[in-house]
Design a protein. Structure first.
Length: 148
C-alpha cells in the first residue's frame, strides 16, 4: 500500500532544493563611489593586470596610483576587518595610474567618504535634471525622444 504522504514529502523536497535559499544580509551589493583622495593601492587581481597606457604589467601584490575622483565599484567585504573590496570601474587616462578593473581593499572610512561623494553628486545631478525638465516643459519629451 502506497502512502500519499511519501508523494507529498517527495514533492516538498523537490521544491525545497529547486529554489535557492536567500539569506537575509546587510550587504547592499554593488555600489558606485569616487576615490576621496589620490592614494597608492595594492593590486589583488590574481595574475596581476596589464597597464595599456604604460605598456607594463603590475603583478598581484604590486601597487599603483588611484587618482582622486576615480570611479570605483563596491564588490564586497575586504580581506581583513575594517576594509571594503572595490574595483576600479573606469578607463585609465593618465600614466602611472591603476589599470581598468583593478581590484583592491579600501579602508571602511575611505570607502564611506568615497560613497558619500558619489551620493552627493548624484543628488545634485538629479536636481539639475528635474530643473531642466521643469524649464523645458513639453520640450523635454522632444529632447529625450519620448512620444506623447
Amino acid at each position: 500500500m502506497k502512502s500519499p504522504f511519501r508523494g507529498s514529502l517527495g514533492a516538498f523536497a523537490l521544491l525545497v532544493f529547486a529554489f535557492p535559499v536567500s539569506a537575509q544580509t546587510a550587504d547592499p551589493g554593488v555600489e558606485l563611489a569616487f576615490i576621496p583622495h589620490t592614494m597608492t593601492v595594492t593590486l589583488i587581481n590574481e595574475g596581476g593586470k596589464y597597464v595599456a597606457i604604460d605598456m607594463k604589467h603590475i603583478p598581484q601584490g604590486g601597487s599603483c596610483r588611484m587618482d582622486k575622483d576615480a570611479t570605483i565599484a563596491r564588490v564586497g567585504p575586504g580581506a581583513s576587518d575594517g576594509t571594503t573590496r572595490v574595483r576600479y570601474a573606469a578607463a585609465q587616462i593618465s600614466a602611472g595610474g591603476c589599470p581598468f578593473m583593478t581590484t583592491f581593499d579600501l579602508s571602511n572610512s575611505d570607502y564611506a567618504a568615497a560613497r558619500a561623494a558619489f551620493v552627493t553628486l548624484k543628488e545634485e545631478a538629479w536636481t539639475k535634471v528635474e530643473t531642466i525638465k521643469k524649464e523645458l516643459g513639453e520640450k523635454w519629451d522632444e529632447v529625450t525622444g519620448k512620444k506623447s
